[in-house]
Design a protein around this ligand. Structure first.
Ligand SMILES: Cc1cc2nc3c(=O)[nH]c(=O)nc-3n(C[C@H](O)[C@H](O)[C@H](O)COP(=O)(O)OP(=O)(O)OC[C@H]3O[C@@H](n4cnc5c(N)ncnc54)[C@H](O)[C@@H]3O)c2cc1C
Length: 570
């Protein structure tokens, strides 16, 4: 895995916002190399064995704890150091291989996936990405072999989505070359069991408040941890408050540059969201397996309920969701493995789309199995409780939508600004002509399998309509877009669907070229079903950008907030 790539290399989505397809990134659909696939297969076998012997999700859920011996076993299997390079004692897996393993862990037990992910997807990721040699040598081997569990501490009571407003303070002491850390962090995964923390704190530099990322030793005097929170789901994962009272942190523990900690925080989460997406994709597969097994053996009206169209419709939707999530996640992880430097939009899409698909499919599974789904004796209610958090943590899905839109609009917005700056006669006309030319000349997806002509047409047309809409929005609203939530939602929704189209088309194309159309009939149906619904949804979203009931909705919200609830004339 290339963890510190130098040259800027854009992902698929920043280009798609401008109407461009990056053929090299889209085709062929990526595949793990055979050595790594073998390593992953071995890891999955060992995890499967361990799971059979030692993972009792029901017991862990009731106990609100993961047994420490189980975490020890995970370390012994090498599952806690998957992405740590071999020279520091880890397995040195690519992002794709890492996510394949995280998918299996998530499929088996969501709490465990959160514990493992809290440690390596986000906890020690900043050391991996931004640590210097000394920091890596000191901490990574310990994070790989179990001497230290890691945690990522950003959120505070008054700083959730608005993470830039944290109040935890680091004051630099020049004589001692240390920082004195004071403040509190909230809801930190692995908070009570971690031996090392990546902590984000404010410090004053040149009269300005900036954020610095620090490695904080779990043994530090002055660091105390709250009681484990009682939660709706992922109960066996540990979530606690952290308090820092005059904690001394050596200057040598600064991650990256002083004052550049916010970049560290965000970049770590770009990786975290990919493995979260993979865990959700795994969760959907697990639910499908359970629900289908039940539907086949449950008889009503003299026949298995799996024969019923209303049940089959739900199974088909789950299968399509699974196909889309899987295709999106592994196209995105391959961007990391191919040294793409900006995969943040793709990772936000995977997080939001996969977590919402999982939630929808929990509901489908619950409905397929009927009353037993509601009984704690069966796994469905736990799976539902466990899956809800994915739409909240690592940045809520609203924040992902906001990000997808603002990050996606950045390049077209910069181009517009540059032309406006040049000013003179007709800067906007020039911009319009420029974007129109770009669309006419560049907006073609070449080289797909001939049987995919209909799909290519839909994708090209939807992309063109999207990039035209993006330009119009920028010209009409400029910076005001930053405050227009409905608009952000619609742009993000469209972007997510377009990425799903790109990912499934790419995957089907590669299968068709390798196996031929007959062998891929099932995958072709999955793709066509998604394209048909995405195409309808995109047209609806783009139409709503032009004509909508936003002002009325805002009036209703305002009236309801003023009334503090539902109060109407009798
Ligand atoms: C079980 C669990 C584990 C966690 N683990 C960690 C961890 O390990 N490390 C860590 O640092 N944090 C962790 N968190 C914190 C988590 O990341 C935050 O809860 C999350 O970022 C949301 O912040 P908030 O809960 O304060 O919600 P708020 O920010 O208060 O948001 C409330 C609502 O307002 C919406 N909203 C806010 N701003 C906007 C906006 N600009 N546009 C549109 N909508 C908006 C949100 O989407 C949400 O719907 C964890 C949380 C939980 C519950």
């Amino acid at each position: 895995m290339s963890t510190t790539p130098k040259e800027e290399k854009l992902g698929i989505m920043p280009q798609l916002f401008a109407g461009h397809f990056d053929h090299d990134l889209i085709f062929p659909y990526p595949k793990m190399n055979s050595d790594e696939a073998e390593t992953v297969a071995m890891l999955l076998d060992s995890f499967g064995e361990l799971a059979k012997r030692k993972i009792d999700s029901v017991k862990m859920d009731l106990a609100h704890e993961t047994p420490p011996e189980l975490i020890k076993d995970l370390f012994e299997l090498g599952l806690m150091g998957l992405s740590i390079p071999e020279e520091y004692g880890g397995a040195g897996l690519s992002m794709t291989a890492y996510c394949k393993v995280m998918e299996a862990v998530g499929r088996h037990d969501a709490s465990l996936a959160v514990t493992v992910g809290g440690h390596q997807s986000i906890g020690m990721k900043a050391i991996l990405l931004f640590g210097n040699e000394e920091q890596k040598n000191k901490y990574l081997p310990q994070c790989a072999d179990g001497r230290r569990i890691a945690a990522y501490a950003l959120t505070e009571a008054e700083a959730g989505s608005d993470a830039g407003s944290i109040k935890t303070r680091a004051v630099y002491n020049p004589e001692k070359k240390t920082f004195t850390l004071n403040g509190s962090k909230l809801w930190i995964t692995n908070g009570a069991i971690a031996g090392v923390f990546t902590v984000f704190a404010k410090e004053e530099m040149a009269g300005k408040d900036v954020i610095t990322a620090l490695i904080v030793d779990g043994e530090s005097p002055g660091l105390t941890r709250g009681k484990p929170e009682l939660k709706m789901g992922i109960r066996a994962s540990n979530t606690t408050e952290l308090n820092f009272e005059n904690v001394e942190v050596p200057e040598a523990n600064v991650l990256g540059e002083r004052g550049k900690g916010f970049k560290v925080a965000l970049e770590v989460l770009d990786y975290g969201r990919l493995s979260l997406g993979a865990g959700c994709a795994g969760g959907i597969k697990e639910l499908m397996g359970l629900a289908i097994a039940h539907a086949k053996q449950r008889k009503q009206f003299g026949a298995p309920i799996s024969d019923l169209e209303m049940i089959r419709g739900k199974i088909a939707e789950m299968a399509v969701d699974s196909w889309v999530c899987d295709s999106m996640v592994y196209l995105s992880t391959s961007l990391v493995d191919r040294a793409v430097t900006d995969f943040s939009i793709e990772s936000a899409i995977c997080k939001a789309y996969c977590s919402e698909s999982l939630w929808r499919d929990c509901n489908h599974a619950m409905q397929i199995v009927g009353g037993i789904g509601y009984m704690a004796e069966y796994p469905y209610e736990r799976l539902m409780r466990d899956s809800r958090i994915n739409m909240i943590f690592e940045g809520t899905n609203e924040i992902q939508r906001l990000y997808i839109t603002l990050a996606g609009l950045k390049r077209p917005g910069d181009a517009l600004k540059a032309m406006q700056k040049r000013g003179g006669v007709g800067a906007l006309v020039e911009y319009g002509a420029h974007t129109m030319k770009m669309r006419l000349v560049a907006n073609h997806l070449e080289g797909a399998h001939p049987s995919l002509a209909w799909h290519v047409d839909r994708l090209e047309e939807a992309t063109k309509a999207f990039s035209i809409a993006v330009d119009k929005l920028l010209v009409a609203h400029g910076k005001k877009v930053m405050r227009m939530g409905f608009l952000q939602e619609r742009v993000a929704e469209t972007a997510m669907l377009l990425y799903g189209m790109v990912a499934t088309l790419s995957r089907l194309d590669t299968l068709l070229k390798q196996r031929g159309p007959e062998a891929c009939a099932y995958e072709a149906d999955l793709t066509k079903a998604f394209f048909a619904s995405a195409w309808r949804a995109i047209r609806k979203q783009l139409a709503l950008l032009e004509r909508n009931g936003d002002q009325r909705a805002l009036r209703i919200a305002e009236g309801t907030i003023e009334r503090e609830g539902f109060k109407v004339l009798e």
